[in-house]
Write a protein that binds this ligand. Sequence first.
Ligand code: FOL
Length: 187
Amino acid sequence: MSQTKSTLNLVVAACKSRGIGKNGQLPWRIRKDMDFFKKITMETKDPDKKNVVIMGRKTWFSIPEKFRPLPKRINIVLSREMKEAPPGVYIARSFDEAITMVNKDLSDKVESIYIIGGSSIYKAAMDSDYNIRIFLTKILADYDCDTFLPQFDENLYKIIENYEGVPTGTQTEKDIDFIFEVYEKKV
Ligand code: FOL
């Protein structure tokens, strides 16, 4: 059977230096971007399905307790150490195990897969042979960061203009300028 390979959607906000985090937290607070993250990862066309969010252990613990597991999404946390999953959360020991979990055990419940960080999980996705779509919020400012978005090969990706549901043009909040960009890599 020829079946189109599933697409991994990466969702990330990064500043000028590609920084994405500092001391286990987001370096900024931008309401419009967090609302975008929530909408894009939560929304499904089929009301009977949910999206999966896949994240590393540090990203899991960076989410405020009251917001985790991220509601109305199937949460998969990558960790070799976590023994017990909090209610409603799946633990996978590797990136491949997480994807296998989705494709085997959860496939009929799942609409789309969102990779929500951090660095090593983004890298594992980019280096995989899945189709990749990146929802990148480019924050046009400098922040002190200790974790970074891995560089992706500009030649393999093309920018998608006017992607449905993604606001166009420069956004501004609290004097911070940012833009929502969408990139796709087809394998
Ligand atoms: N992508 C983008 N574009 N912006 C981000 O801030 C972002 N953050 C992560 C991954 N990709 C991102 C990882 N960090 C929550 C907190 C941290 C986090 C991701 C999500 C969180 O609490 N989300 C809630 C909404 C919280 C709120 O409304 O303040 C959710 O339900 O999604």
